[in-house]
Design a protein around this ligand. Structure first.
Ligand code: GTP
Length: 611
């Protein structure tokens, strides 16, 4: 093994959302001179404009840094629960993780969830308490909690300020000292993944990918065994697809072409494969010649468990001619976000579109925004739903992922809905507020336990439907951002459900239909028409918004006509011209009203899905 290979360290930073991962990555980029100071901007690795606008990391981002003769491959990961698949894929490509905890917030739900993922992967964990510069920092209490969580003495926990750079150098040097080198021999294994071997045939794990119109699919890889050179022919084991390397290299963090990738390194391979669907994360790249050799008998790498979609929404192009573009856009986005699922759907009221599966409603929002920004698509987005189960009168069972698939009530024998185990972590001071929020939903079997003197973990069972829209925001706003949550699906349980429909100017708008519990239908109907009144743009004629259950109107609002002042440009008192113009406007309004055509902008759909 070369000296250089002995000096490779692959790691990522994990934490709850907003605890400072991207800011810490900034300091590492500066310290190692990877990004010159004058080019530096806060959260440098949040490279998508959408990430910068929302102040959150959506995509993982790898970067290769060099420091005192060491090669340090860092992967910055997102913190929000909807993007946890990004985290788990990053973890499989590295040997260690910095676990960052914000001293002003303490341990939160994704601190624990991401730590569990990292431990399962057998990674070495280096804990650090961040934001020690903040006047609100509770450094000792946070260290106390971390030492309980990790079962380690407090003095092993770093105290840093990612913002000011305090102790960041020491932390990086600890990464070099502690995190194992990825290359060695089979017996020299660490954690769940054995070390890579230079002499072995090439095996590279695809942990992410993106599309390039010139180079085809670019696979982000961790080269586990062997060495691979530019121009070589490759083979993807799971998708049984051949390719030829058009370019390979490192992330600096922009793509930096090289002649070869060595064992243990993290880099990219431009596969030359033009069909996005053929390159899947978790697949193993080997050399084409090895795929033909019986002697090699190569085993694919472990890959990833596909994440299960939690919520479903139908996405249709506003302009039916854009259907092809939408299909292409979703295929390309899936390459970059494999937790997105979609299948073709055709509904009379909506045309041709896709039923899409997401990990949560923030995920729906982000994908919708990306489709709009990156592909210039105006969309109709149905209200996100969980997947319900129906057993019909003939005892046939099926899953319904959108309100438009809901059966005729006369055919339904039983309906069921998914329940989850919800875990909320809150400082004791906010316990009352959290409890109140839980009282407003159908939570069952609430238990609480002290995590530490200052923090309580609440465990309960709730229908998934209750927490997918608005719940997280409520929890955050009622506890000033201190409480946090995580959940996992338990089972399907019987529920009395009905379909709530929305009529706008007398026309059914299928995209706003939703399945709701019978006893909540009135409340939901009222809320929905009220919200629609707020988010729909003013119209030239008055528009009725009606909520309907089983053919009965249960709630109504009216958007008042907001007349355009057609006579404003006319000075003086030319009465006949004024009257003519007003008559013309009246006729126009009547025609529009008769057609019942109301353009619903994408923004309105997004506002509705936020609850
Ligand atoms: P996600 O990736 O979206 O989970 O966020 P993140 O963990 O990458 O957090 P980010 O680096 O975006 O920081 C969140 C906020 O905390 C930003 O406003 C930072 O400026 C602030 N912040 C980060 N580190 C420090 C610190 O050491 N001190 C103080 N006072 N603020 C910090």
């Amino acid at each position: 093994m070369s000296e250089e290979q002995k000096n490779i360290r692959n790691f990522c930073i994990i934490s709850h959302i907003d605890h400072g991962k991207s800011t810490l990555a900034d300091r590492f980029l500066e310290l190692t001179g990877t990004i010159p100071k004058e080019k530096m901007q806060p959260q440098f690795l949040d490279m998508m404009p959408l990430e910068r606008e929302k102040g959150i990391t959506i995509k993982m981002q790898p970067v290769r840094m060099e420091y005192k003769g060491y090669i340090l491959n860092l992967i910055d990961t997102p913190g929000h629960v909807d993007f946890s698949y990004e985290v788990s894929r990053s973890l499989a490509a590295v040997e260690g993780a910095i676990l960052l905890v914000d001293a002003t917030k303490g341990i939160q739900a994704q601190t624990i969830a991401n730590l569990e993922l990292a431990e399962k992967q057998g990674l070495l964990i280096i804990p650090a308490v961040n934001k020690i510069d903040s006047p609100q920092a509770k450094i000792e209490e946070t260290k106390e909690e971390l030492s309980i969580l990790l079962k380690i003495p407090k003095n092993e926990i770093f105290e840093i300020s990612a913002k000011e750079g305090t102790n960041v150098k020491n932390l990086l040097e600890k990464v070099i000292e502690k995190i194992p080198c990825p290359v060695g021999s089979r017996s020299d294994s660490f954690g769940t993944s054995p070390k890579g071997e230079i002499e072995k045939p090439v095996r590279a794990l695809i942990f992410d990918s993106k599309y390039d119109i010139y180079k085809g699919v670019i696979a982000y890889v961790r080269l586990v065994d062997g060495e691979i050179k530019d121009g070589e022919k490759i083979y993807l084991m799971a998708s049984k697809t051949e390719g030829e390397i058009k370019e390979l290299g490192f992330f600096k963090p922009d793509l930096k072409p090289q002649k070869e990738l060595k064992t243990g390194e993290i880099g990219y391979i431009a596969t030359g494969i033009k069909e996005p669907g053929k390159v899947k994360v978790g697949d193993t790249i080997i050399k084409f010649q090895d795929s033909k050799s019986k002697i090699q008998n190569l085993e694919p790498l472990a890959g990833y468990k596909e994440p299960k979609s939690m919520v479903f929404a139908s996405i249709y192009p506003e302009n039916p001619d854009d259907f092809g573009l939408l299909k292409e856009a979703l295929t390309k986005l899936k390459l970059n976000d494999p937790s997105l699922n979609f299948e073709l759907e055709a509904k009379e009221a909506l045309g041709r579109g896709f039923q899409c599966g997401f990990l949560g409603t923030l995920h729906v929002e982000i994908i919708s925004e990306r489709l709009y920004r990156e592909f210039k698509l105006n969309l109709v987005i149905s209200t996100p739903q969980v997947s319900f189960q129906i057993i019909d009168k003939k005892d046939r069972s099926f899953f319904v992922k959108s309100a438009s698939e809901w059966s005729d009530p006369g055919q339904i024998k039983e309906s069921l809905e998914p329940w989850v185990k919800l875990e909320i972590i809150t400082p004791t001071d906010y316990f009352g507020q959290v409890f109140k929020i839980l009282e407003g939903v159908e939570a069952m079997a609430i238990q609480n336990q002290y995590f530490s003197k200052e923090r309580i973990i609440l465990l309960c069972e709730v229908p998934l439907r209750e927490i997918i829209v608005g719940f997280y925001d409520r929890l955050k706003s009622q506890t000033q951002g201190f409480a946090s949550m995580d959940y996992e699906v338990l089972d399907f349980r019987p529920a009395d459900l009905v379909k709530l429909e929305i009529l706008i100017a007398g026309r059914k708008e299928e995209a706003f239909s939703r399945i709701v519990p019978n006893k909540k239908s009135l409340q939901e109907g009222k809320k929905l028409v009220k919200k629609l009144k707020e988010v729909l743009p003013p119209q030239l004629f008055s528009v009725a918004l009606q909520a309907v259950v089983g053919g009965k109107i249960i709630a109504r609002e009216t958007i008042r006509a907001k007349g355009k002042d057609v006579i404003a440009p006319l000075y003086g008192g030319d009465y006949t011209r004024k009257r003519k113009l007003l008559e013309k406007q009246k006729k126009g309004k009547r025609e529009l009203k008769e057609k019942g055509e109301i353009r619903i902008p994408q923004k309105a759909f997004l506002e509705i899905l936020k609850g």
